[in-house]
Design a protein around this ligand. Sequence first.
Ligand SMILES: Cc1cc2nc3c(=O)[nH]c(=O)nc-3n(C[C@H](O)[C@H](O)[C@H](O)COP(=O)(O)OP(=O)(O)OC[C@H]3O[C@@H](n4cnc5c(N)ncnc54)[C@H](O)[C@@H]3O)c2cc1C
Length: 461
Amino acid sequence: MLDRAGALGDLEQRANPIRRVVVDHGGRQAAHLRLGQTTKLVTRPGLLISQAEIEGSLRRRLGELGGAVEWSREVLHASQDADGVRVQLTDGRTARCHWMVGCDGAHSRVRNVAGIGFPGVQIIDRFLLADVVAELPVPRDAAAVWLHGTEMMGAFPLPGNDLWRLMAPVTDAAPCDLSSSQVLDLLARQLHERSGCPVSAVRGAQWTSTFRIHRRLAHRFRQGRMLLAGDAAHIHSPFGGQGMNTGIGDAENLAWKLALVVYDHADPALLDSYEAERRPIATEVLQSTSALTAMALGDTRLARTLRDHVFVPSLNLSIVQRLVWESASQLKISYRTGPLARTSRWSLRSGPRPGDRVPDQPCLRRNGSLTRLHAELGARWALLIPSTASAQQTQTYSDRARDRLGAGTVTVLKSQAGRLGQVMLVRPDAHAGSCGLSPTSLDAWLAGILGRDSTTATVGS
Ligand SMILES: Cc1cc2nc3c(=O)[nH]c(=O)nc-3n(C[C@H](O)[C@H](O)[C@H](O)COP(=O)(O)OP(=O)(O)OC[C@H]3O[C@@H](n4cnc5c(N)ncnc54)[C@H](O)[C@@H]3O)c2cc1C
């Protein structure tokens, strides 16, 4: 996603490679989960980096595009009418916009003023977290998890000299308000008990935090001209590291739809497909991360038995490792059952179906230069034409797509060696739009999802 948004920068070079998760149970290594192997879906290695670095890279890209984050301008209230949203800021100013996207986190004010409920429950009372400088008995390309009865601790290597992120639930005996040095002290002692390394191995903390874990899902992702994305729409356990990924996935799904509506290429009804496609993904993330958390913490005797005798040993199996890796990467996500894919016919040939994510692959531009599919997406759609197609066939498909979507927003690519063997319109978020259709049915599919008359195309701009 960062690559398509032009925000990857040098994050890959600065991140820490992660190749395995080692699970220690009661003092012995119970599982060795390999990560980062190349599969059909996942072609990049596993990397660990702080979220702050990713946010920094996104801000840099926003700056390149002419935007900027305006700090300390809090939204106090917002109200909407048929034409737009009026936003009141805490500095006394007001602003008016056509659409408002609430990416304002778990306590979202946009969600509140839109009157959207956020039902759910607390699933863990308190968790300790610290980024520490420490010498741990764990290789730097491995994350370590120690399980012991109902206690657990995780250590994740971050880029930097001996920098680790430590996480553990707070034991009942701990005081309510913990200072930073108390958090560090508790984590160092738990680490000593679990791993045997001396308390002095933890030399200091870059920052510490305590947090509670809730599982909540917004009733709706859209209320008129107000939309929700990220933690404003869904929060869940950090086990499995899915929160930010899910939020950026929301944003990528919404961005191209909103752009089509704002530039009058689509009816606002297209925005309803955002919730239809993303809410099931958020629901699945809530369920899987809650199950993983319950399993890791072994709250009940049954859960501990399942964890120790079924779940943890199964992590040694290569088929389970592949499943974990593909799910955690979120590259398995498909919108096949969503409203946009349902209206698209597809041929029975192998390859992605409408709604599936189309893996990155080498392609040729019309001038013959080599490129990658995902390098061309993000801000544009890609029309993938088999290398066997004639110039006239290519032109006909391209004209249809550009008439509907706007001339500058469709790039025409020849897929090498007929790898897909069919004409495919790939959405800016790398999911297949329509596959293997004639120019007429491509046009009809676009007219359907854009809410336009199928006999007249909008004039491209
Ligand atoms: C311990 C922990 C570990 C995690 N680890 C991972 C991980 O490994 N991988 C992963 O993918 N995710 C992880 N997550 C989850 C991830 O941090 C969140 O899902 C992510 O930060 C959500 O991003 P967001 O932009 O939706 O919300 P936030 O990050 O909460 O950002 C909301 C923004 O809105 C601003 N804001 C709030 N109210 C207003 C207002 N009224 N007006 C204007 N601005 C406002 C805030 O200042 C903030 O800048 C973890 C979370 C925790 C707690």
